[in-house]
Design a protein around this ligand. Sequence first.
Ligand SMILES: Nc1ncnc2c1ncn2[C@@H]1O[C@H](COP(=O)(O)OP(=O)(O)OP(=O)(O)O)[C@@H](O)[C@H]1O
Ligand SMILES: [Mg+2]
Length: 262
Amino acid sequence: MPDRPKKNCVEQEVICDLQNICTEFGDNIVHHNLNLKVSRGDIIALVGRSGCGKTTLLRHIIGLTKPISGKVLLFGENMHAMERVAQRRLMQRFGVLFQQGALFSALSVFDNIAFPLRELKQFDESVIHQLVMHKLALVELEPRDAKLLPAEISGGMVKRVGLARALALEPELLVLDEPTAGLDPDRSHNFIDLVTQLKKSLGLTVIFVTHDMDTLVSLAERVAVLEDKHIIADCALHELINSSHPFVINFFQSIRSRLEGL
Ligand SMILES: Nc1ncnc2c1ncn2[C@@H]1O[C@H](COP(=O)(O)OP(=O)(O)OP(=O)(O)O)[C@@H](O)[C@H]1O
Ligand SMILES: [Mg+2]
């Protein structure tokens, strides 16, 4: 695995710091002065209506896109202002599962998961084989699935291969966009268990987007609600019950009774 800086013992080390983010696509203003901090060990859900800018925000966090103004600090560093080598080193510290899986269509399941490991040029093929097969088992895929192409596997399997790839480098931070969408209830449940276990064993920090209330209730320790171009609530899940914001009341109506029991 890549060398990592020594873990900082300071509690509440901020891993991701979004400061006054503004994003516009032409006359479509998506984020306006949005602020959000994520600390080491947080499992935070980013929720909000479709098209409110959740995926775009995740893309800013991982350095794929840049806001028109504001600052994105990841592990205390501004990826957009870094040299390419330093940027690549930083990219080894997080894993990403994209909303649509985003596998390389011409590569097999095995080669997709192996991709970030091979990029590092640190491991020989026998080690890569071991690591890939381990990750494959972790996400409940069979060894025989390794040789299949993305077009030959189901939507739920695409998600799990994407997760295996995101975990390949044993990242400190996992960024997941709709991780359980398209999974059957059993797999969805197992996925939640897996992330919870990884959090315990690896001290993982997780930022995830979901529309799925079961995933939200089971996984999120904190919820950030994106509405009207900024974060309107950022608190523990059960504290949302106190929100008087119409959007929150409406959005969480379906789980209100479950929240009352928390
Ligand atoms: N590359 C782009 N060019 C132009 N507009 C974009 C681009 N990417 C996103 N948008 C717009 O930004 C807004 C937010 O999109 P985004 O994908 O972040 O929403 P979302 O909250 O993830 O929605 P969903 O829950 O449906 O996945 C939308 O209006 C979308 O059309
Ligand atoms: Mg999205």
